[in-house]
Ligand binder design. Structure first.
Ligand SMILES: Cc1ncc(COP(=O)(O)O)c(C=O)c1O
Length: 415
């Protein structure tokens, strides 16, 4: 092709992101017909009942009052002073003494996922995760010469499929030197499922078993906790961390931290890849390697966002105020999600087990066709490989009550 000089690996179709395409159509629809006539349950941003972006008032105030030096100057590569402490306080309520924790600042949780997938797998290796996932996991793998392999997230009892996970880990370790398993919990995107503490304990036991059986291989366990602050009380959502202890020497535990949800700062692109190191040396090696990776990709992450994280979490009074503001948002989203679940039950619409979070997932045989039928009725959902994603975070409680019956009817038309 003339005038195109791309390397062959870079020539690929950009199928416009389904979520943004559906959302654009929904917006046009709403402009023509009025907001009430349209259910736009596509995006992953929280909107209030008037369709306005939900931003924590304290965060908004801090953004507007930030000194220009803290906005425009470079931040150190791994993060500004206090960043590692602030991430820990945000995640655990305090700096942990049972791990050597290092956090490297990244552009959102997305950047942290990139660092994990690039640095903890070899070329051509497969990342292991669940079949219900946030779509970009696969794109990030492909962008970096890795693959994605999944196991069914739920068993027949609709609880976490530990046996499937155990088998999949064994299969990967039979052919790869590196295992990287990413689990998105609590408040999984797209299902809203939160693994129980017992499920996490069993997961860790399974990892330890495989680590012992494969002493020459490296196992990385990565929890994507991007939605942790929308998953019930602080204590409840953090119970899973208690299951992680006495990790074998050929393992490393990582967390994906995101400011997009917890601090309502999606557009400010800040997060971190966090290492729960078992030794000071392993945590230091992690920090070195991630810093190298940062310098070679985006350099440093947004200064102002880091400053806001530090200013909130190193000040108990501000932190408390923010958690009260967030609790209001969390309750709104959870109530909407549960309203959807109750209406789904009434409509005999089968959904994945939802506890908390921004999204509900509906298993479906013909997701694209079903989404198209719904679109004609001005209901916008996201078709995924396993079914449909509906976002209670963006629509009113009333729309959550209304949608399931329409989804059920559309699914019946495509069966
Ligand atoms: C499961 C999951 N992980 C990570 C992210 C990354 O978010 P961000 O890059 O905005 O922090 C998202 C965003 O929607 C997500 O759904």
């Amino acid at each position: 092709m003339d005038y195109v000089t791309l390397a062959s690996h870079a020539i690929r179709q950009y199928a416009p992101d389904q979520i943004f395409t559906a959302s654009q159509r929904a917006k046009a629809d709403a402009a023509a017909l009025g907001e009430d006539a349209v259910i736009n349950a596509t995006l992953g941003e929280c909107l209030d009942d008037d369709g306005k972006l939900m931003v924590l008032p304290t965060v908004e105030r801090m953004i507007r009052q930030m000194p220009v030096e803290d906005i425009c100057s470079y931040a150190p590569i791994a993060g500004i002073k206090g960043f590692n402490e602030a991430v820990q306080i945000s995640l655990f309520g305090k700096c942990l003494d049972r791990f050597y924790v290092e956090s490297v600042a990244t552009p959102g949780g997305c950047g942290a996922l990139r660092h994990a997938i690039w640095n903890f797998l070899n070329f051509g290796d497969a990342l292991l995760t669940t079949n219900w996932i946030w779509g970009p996991y696969k794109n990030i793998c492909e962008e970096h010469g890795r693959r994605m392999v999944t196991f069914d997230m739920f068993n027949r009892e609709n609880t976490f499929n530990l046996e499937g996970m155990d088998r999949a880990i064994g299969e990967i370790l039979a052919v790869q030197e590196q295992l990287l398993m990413i689990l998105n919990t609590p408040a999984n995107n797209p299902t809203g499922y939160s693994m129980t503490k017992q499920e996490m304990e069993q997961t860790v036991a399974i990892l330890k078993k495989h680590a012992a059986a494969n002493p020459d291989k490296n196992l990385t366990f990565c929890l994507d906790v991007s939605y942790i602050d929308f998953a019930g009380s602080f204590e409840e959502s953090r119970e899973i961390f208690d299951a992680i202890f006495d990790m074998p020497a050929n393992t490393m535990t990582l967390l994906i931290f995101s400011m997009s949800k917890s601090y309502t700062m999606c557009g400010m692109r800040c997060g971190a890849l966090v290492c729960l190191g078992s030794t000071a040396e392993s945590a230091a090696v992690f920090k070195q390697a991630m810093s190298y990776s940062s310098r070679s990709t985006w350099s440093n992450a947004i200064h102002m966002a880091q400053k806001i994280l530090v200013d909130i979490n190193l000040n108990p009074e501000i932190r408390e105020r923010v958690s009260q503001e967030r609790a209001v948002f969390r309750n709104t989203i959870t109530n909407r999600g549960r309203t959807f679940c109750a209406a789904a039950k009434e409509a005999s619409l089968e959904i994945c087990p939802y506890q908390y979070g921004y999204f509900v997932a509906i298993p479906c045989k013909n997701p694209v066709e079903t989404a198209r039928i719904l679109m004609d009725q001005h209901i916008y959902v996201v078709p995924q490989a396993q079914g449909l994603r509906f976002s209670p975070c963006t629509v009113t409680t009333e729309k959550c009550r209304k949608a399931p019956a329409f989804i059920k009817a559309a699914m019946e038309q495509t069966q």
